[in-house]
Design a binder for this molecule. Structure first.
Ligand code: NAD
Length: 485
C-alpha cells in the first residue's frame, strides 16, 4: 500500500517534468475513496511543449529503418512483461479492478500490443499496378506526423498502448493523454520507454482533464490525426472540434451490447460466458453484454442459474487475489450505476440480484466505491435502462420467442459495438451474425481477441476501425506515385 503521495509527471521530450502551471489533481484510489497520488492538471501550454518535442522528433523517427523502430518497441514489450507485477498492482490501485484481472489480461495485452505492431511493420507490402502498358503506379505509405491519442479509464494501459504501439511503429510521433482517473500505468510506461531507448520526443504523455488537455490536443493545428477511445458524448465533441480542420479521426465509443442465448446453446457454457461478459471489470468494459436475451423455453432455468452463479462472485478488495469484483472507478460512476438501478425499478424492473451497496469488504475499503453484480428482469425492451450505456455491474435479462424477434431487439439500439450469440446450430450462428449490426459478433465466446482483425463499432459506437492492417492504414498516409512508361 503506497502511503506517500506519488506525484505523477508529464513526459515531454524524454523528460518527466512538472506541468507548466504546477497544478495537480488528486488521484483517488477507488477501493478506499482516498487520494493516493497526484496527477498533473496540465493545460494547452503543456500540450504546446509536447507538440514542439514531437515535431522535432518526427524528423528522425519517421526515417528510422523499420527494423530499428521494431527493436525498440519489442524492448518496451519485454520491459512491460518484466514489470508485470508492478504494473498490475498499480493498475489495480488506480482503477479498482481485481489484481488478478490486471495481471492476467490488461498488462499482458499491453505487452502484446507492442509486440504485434513491432513485428507487423516488418511484413508490410506496398501496392503496385501496371496501368495498360502506359504507366506504373505504386503506393507509398508514409507516417502522418504528430498524432494525438486519447484513452479512457477502464483498461488504462491496454487501450493506450493499443494506440501508441501502431502509431510509433508506423513512424509517427505522439502526444498521448490517459484518463485523468487512471494515470498511473501510463506514467510507469514512460520510464520503460526511456529504458528501452525510445528517442526523446517520440512519445509524449500529457496528463490532465479532457476539457483542458484533451481539447487542446484535438484542437491543435499540428496534430492532424486523432485516435480517441471514450464515451459517445465526448466522441461527438472530438468530432466537432476535428471536422472543420479535416483531421483524420478514429472514434471508439460506447456500447450497449446484446448477449443472445438460444435454447439450443450449451447452457453451461452460455451461463459461464455470460457471467464474464456481464461482470468482467465490474461491467466496465465497453464490450460487456449488458442486454441479455434468452429464448423463452430456456429463460426460467437460465435466470435461476445465472443469478445463483452471479451471487457467488466475490466482491472484495481489488488487491486481494481471490477478489472477482473490485471497486467502481469513481464516485461519479458509482452514482451513475445507482441512478440506473433506481430507474430500472421505476421502469417496472424486478431486481433478481444485487441492487444495493454490498457489505464493506474490509476496513481499508470502508469508504470505497463498491456495487454488487446486479441482475434485473421484467424490463420493457425499449426502456432507458435497456437502451443507455450504464457501464457498471448491471444487466437486464429479457425473454424472446423467435430469431427474428431477437435480431430486432439486438438492433433496436443507437449503439453497435459488439454482440454475443450462444447456439449450437451453425447455420443459425452464421445467419444471426450476418444480421446483427455490431462491429464484432462473438459466437459461443466473448472477448477473444486476435490483434489482426478490424476492431470498432457501428452506429454511435464509433467511426473507423483499429487493429492489424486497419491501424497501419490509419496511422499512415497513402500516396500514389504514377510513372509514365
Ligand atoms: P470519456 O469520454 O469521459 O473520456 C475518455 C477520454 O477523453 C479521457 O481521457 C478524457 O479525459 C478525455 N476527454 C474528455 N473530454 C474531452 C474533450 N472535450 N476533448 C478531448 N478529450 C476529452 O470516457 P470514460 O468515462 O473515460 O470511458 C468510458 C467510456 O469509454 C464508455 O462509454 C465506454 O464504452 C467507452 N469505451 C469504448 C471502447 C471502445 O473500444 N469502443 C473501449 C473502452 C471504453
Amino acid at each position: 500500500m503506497p502511503t506517500e503521495q506519488i506525484q505523477i509527471r508529464n513526459f515531454i521530450d524524454g523528460q518527466l517534468i512538472e506541468p507548466v502551471g504546477r497544478q495537480y489533481l488528486d488521484n483517488i484510489e477507488p477501493a478506499t475513496g482516498k487520494p493516493y497520488s497526484q496527477v498533473p492538471d496540465s493545460d494547452s501550454r503543456d500540450v504546446e511543449l509536447a507538440v514542439a518535442a514531437a515535431v522535432e522528433a518526427f524528423r528522425d523517427w519517421s526515417h528510422q529503418p523499420a527494423m530499428d523502430r521494431s527493436r525498440i518497441l519489442l524492448r518496451i514489450a519485454d520491459l512491460i512483461e518484466r514489470d508485470l507485477e508492478k504494473l498490475a498492482r498499480a493498475e489495480s490501485i488506480d482503477n479498482g479492478k481485481p489484481l488478478s484481472l490486471a495481471r492476467g489480461l490488461d498488462i499482458p495485452r499491453a505487452a502484446s500490443n507492442f509486440r504485434f505492431f513491432a513485428t507487423a511493420i516488418l511484413h508490410t507490402e506496398n501496392e503496385a499496378h501496371v496501368t495498360d502498358g502506359i504507366a506504373f503506379n505504386y503506393t507509398l505509405r508514409q507516417p502522418r506526423g504528430v498524432v494525438g491519442l486519447i484513452s479512457p479509464w477502464n483498461l488504462p494501459l491496454y487501450l493506450l498502448t493499443w494506440k501508441i504501439a501502431p502509431a510509433l511503429a508506423c513512424g509517427n510521433t505522439a502526444i498521448a493523454k490517459p484518463s485523468e482517473l487512471t494515470p498511473m500505468t501510463a506514467f510507469l510506461l514512460c520510464d520503460i520507454c526511456r529504458e528501452a531507448g525510445l528517442p526523446k520526443g517520440v512519445l509524449n504523455v500529457v496528463h490532465g482533464t479532457g476539457p483542458n488537455v484533451g481539447q487542446a490536443i484535438t484542437a491543435h493545428p499540428r496534430i492532424e490525426t486523432i485516435s480517441f477511445t471514450g464515451g459517445t458524448v465526448t466522441g461527438r465533441k472530438v468530432a466537432e472540434t476535428c471536422a472543420p480542420m479535416f483531421k483524420k479521426v478514429s472514434l471508439e465509443l460506447g456500447g450497449k451490447n446484446p448477449n443472445i442465448v438460444f435454447a439450443d446453446a450449451d447452457q453451461e457454457a452460455a451461463i459461464a460466458g455470460s457471467l464474464r461478459s456481464s461482470f468482467a471489470n465490474q461491467g466496465q468494459v465497453c464490450l460487456c453484454g449488458s442486454r441479455v436475451f434468452v429464448e423463452r423455453s430456456a429463460y426460467p432455468e437460465f435466470v435461476d442459474r445465472f443469478v445463483q452463479a452471479a451471487s457467488k462472485l466475490k466482491v472484495g478488495d481489488p488487491l486481494d487475489t481471490t477478489t472477482e469484483q473490485g471497486a467502481i472507478v469513481s464516485k461519479t460512476q458509482l452514482e451513475k450505476v445507482k441512478f440506473y438501478v433506481d430507474l430500472a425499478r421505476a421502469e417496472g424492473g424486478k431486481i433478481a440480484l444485487g441492487g444495493a451497496a454490498p457489505e464493506v469488504p474490509n476496513e481499508r475499503c470502508r469508504d470505497g466505491y463498491f456495487f454488487p453484480p446486479t441482475v434485473i428482469t421484467d424490463l420493457p425492451v425499449s426502456c432507458r435502462v435497456n437502451r443507455e450505456e450504464i457501464f457498471g455491474p448491471v444487466v437486464s435479462i429479457t425473454p424472446f420467442d423467435s430469431e427474428e424477434e431477437v435480431i430486432g431487439y439486438a438492433n433496436d439500439n443507437d449503439y453497435g459495438l459488439a454482440s454475443s450469440v450462444w447456439t449450437q446450430n451453425l447455420n443459425r450462428a452464421h445467419r444471426v451474425a450476418e444480421q446483427i449490426h455490431t462491429g464484432t459478433v462473438w459466437v459461443n465466446c466473448w472477448l477473444i481477441r486476435d490483434l489482426r482483425v478490424p476492431f470498432g463499432g457501428m452506429k454511435q459506437s464509433g467511426v473507423g476501425r483499429e487493429g492489424g492492417n486497419e491501424a497501419l492504414a490509419f496511422f499512415t498516409e497513402p500516396k500514389n506515385v504514377c510513372i509514365a512508361k
